[in-house]
Ligand binder design. Sequence first.
Ligand SMILES: NC(=O)c1ccc[n+]([C@@H]2O[C@H](COP(=O)([O-])OP(=O)(O)OC[C@H]3O[C@@H](n4cnc5c(N)ncnc54)[C@H](OP(=O)(O)O)[C@@H]3O)[C@@H](O)[C@H]2O)c1
Length: 233
Amino acid sequence: MRLGLFGHGAMGRLVEARARADGHEIGLVLTSRDAARGAAELAGELRGHDAAIDFSVADAVLRNVEACARAGVTLVEGTTGWNEQADEARRIVAAHGGSLVYGANFSVGVQIFYRVVRAAAEMLSAAGGYEPFIEEAHHSRKRDAPSGTALNLRAIVEEAARAESVSVASTRAGHIPGTHRVGFDSAADTVTLTHTARSREGFAAGAVLAARWIQGRRGVYEFAEMFDDILKG
Ligand SMILES: NC(=O)c1ccc[n+]([C@@H]2O[C@H](COP(=O)([O-])OP(=O)(O)OC[C@H]3O[C@@H](n4cnc5c(N)ncnc54)[C@H](OP(=O)(O)O)[C@@H]3O)[C@@H](O)[C@H]2O)c1
């Protein structure tokens, strides 16, 4: 595949390395220097790419979605912190018959963690007497808090445990790799489940996998939906 990259920071560079190692070619690479450029101009430069992968900033997401949709290029959206613009992104993709796969966490381990947390929340809710809580910690460069992954975990726990407004605590300091802990506390004991990212390479591998998976598909998919499809074999 020929891949375009929005963002060439910590994640963008890892995606480039992973994509090249898998035999893909890198075309357009955009950074903050391109912040003022519009969707129409970028669409012209994106034509001829098979997919674009975005790990940039939330402010640039709608422009990037529109540029890819106009160019007919599938988009893997890894940037976080743009939930409030999700409806607009869906509208843009639908208007151009485009395709988009997005997710706050492209790690395979986290996808499994989501499913384990759902099962635990269902069981502990059925048992009764347990109150859920979520804690997350990341390096100080991470801009959004709570993390997109923590928001997903909260939605999963609230649905599975039929709980309301589950508490989420966020820490931003130093170089902490992404850490998410889901706890269920009762008068008798506490059950905790923790996922700790050891490196960001798992996210890059997931992004390249998503770029392959979405080829030939139309519409908007969550990374979790893609993972369900892959699990089905
Ligand atoms: N989905 C996942 O699995 C996952 C995993 C990790 C991180 N993330 C998210 O991915 C995003 C990027 O993370 P990161 O750690 O790679 O951040 P980073 O190191 O700060 O890199 C951000 C990159 O975006 C570029 N940029 C800034 N404004 C831009 C614009 N308007 N247009 C195009 N590029 C622009 C920056 O340009 P300069 O190089 O000029 O500064 C930089 O290259 C964050 O939202 C983070 O939360 C998601």
